[in-house]
Design a protein around this ligand. Structure first.
Ligand code: MLT
Length: 247
């Protein structure tokens, strides 16, 4: 049975993939909480957080699960980690699904934004991150007509440990530019964009897909940055169609 390794974004945990895990009954799904997220208890220093460390943790999980190769499905920060896996452990990646993500590193402005958010979270807890991020994460139709999804996202951010959020912000600001990797990717790739994504806009995602040899590209309507939670049916259909072709 093919394994699908789901890698969540920031500042979330594995439950952001709950609709996909429920639907993919014909695949072996692994959906861990990354270090410092959800129930993954750690006592790590900020410097222990990096895309490399997250990727190492995932390889250790594949080893423990006796999985040689997996389809890596990452959203946003999960996509940055998928790039790290493709760069350092290409033989462990059977195919990749890149949701709502981008290849570029942070700009100087972006890095200042990470530091400012880290300081606000240190003072105000995870709620400070939720207040700042939720309006940017969800598409207008989700914010206006789906209070259940808004609440779910808010609650998910609120429960994240402060140390994990601050550590992830460090990893995000220090992440490498993955643009040079794109042309070298030689596994099947599906790129999924949200039509209303403010964080990884459609145009950039389409350009990224064009830079990856043979990559498929699809846009999820009425979805922002969290398309797997905002439009689970459409995302599941695209993911299943892609996975079926790998059989
Ligand atoms: C995420 O969803 O993982 C974040 O938006 C990533 C980022 O802020 O670059």
């Amino acid at each position: 049975m093919t394994t699908v390794l789901f890698v969540h974004g920031f500042p979330f945990d594995h439950l952001m993939w709950r609709h996909q895990i429920a639907a993919l009954t014909r695949w072996h799904c692994l959906a861990p909480d990354l270090r410092g997220a959800g129930a993954a208890v750690t006592s790590l220093a900020v410097a222990d957080y990096s895309m490399a460390a997250y990727a190492d943790d995932l390889i250790a999980l594949l080893d423990r699960s006796q999985v040689r190769q997996a389809v890596v499905c990452g959203l946003s920060m999960g996509g940055y980690i998928a790039f790290e896996l493709l760069r350092r452990f290409p033989q462990r990646v059977l195919a990749t699904i890149l949701c709502n993500t981008k290849a570029e590193a942070d700009t100087a402005d972006g890095k200042r934004g990470r530091d400012a958010l880290a300081a606000r979270v240190q003072r105000g807890g995870a709620t400070a991150a939720a207040a700042e991020l939720v309006p940017k994460l969800l598409a207008p139709p989700t914010r206006e007509r789906r209070p259940d999804v808004v609440r779910e996202v808010q609650t998910m951010i609120d429960r994240q440990p402060v140390a994990g959020i601050v550590g992830a912000l460090h990893a995000l600001r220090e992440r490498p530019d993955s643009t040079p990797l794109l042309a070298q990717i030689n596994v099947p790739v599906l790129v999924l964009a949200g039509a209303d994504d403010q964080i990884a806009p459609v145009g950039g995602m389409e350009a990224m897909a064009k830079a990856i040899p043979g990559a498929e590209f699809a846009v999820i309507r009425e979805a922002g940055h969290l398309s797997p939670l905002e439009q689970p049916r459409e995302v599941n259909a695209a993911v299943v169609t892609f996975l079926e072709k790998l059989r």
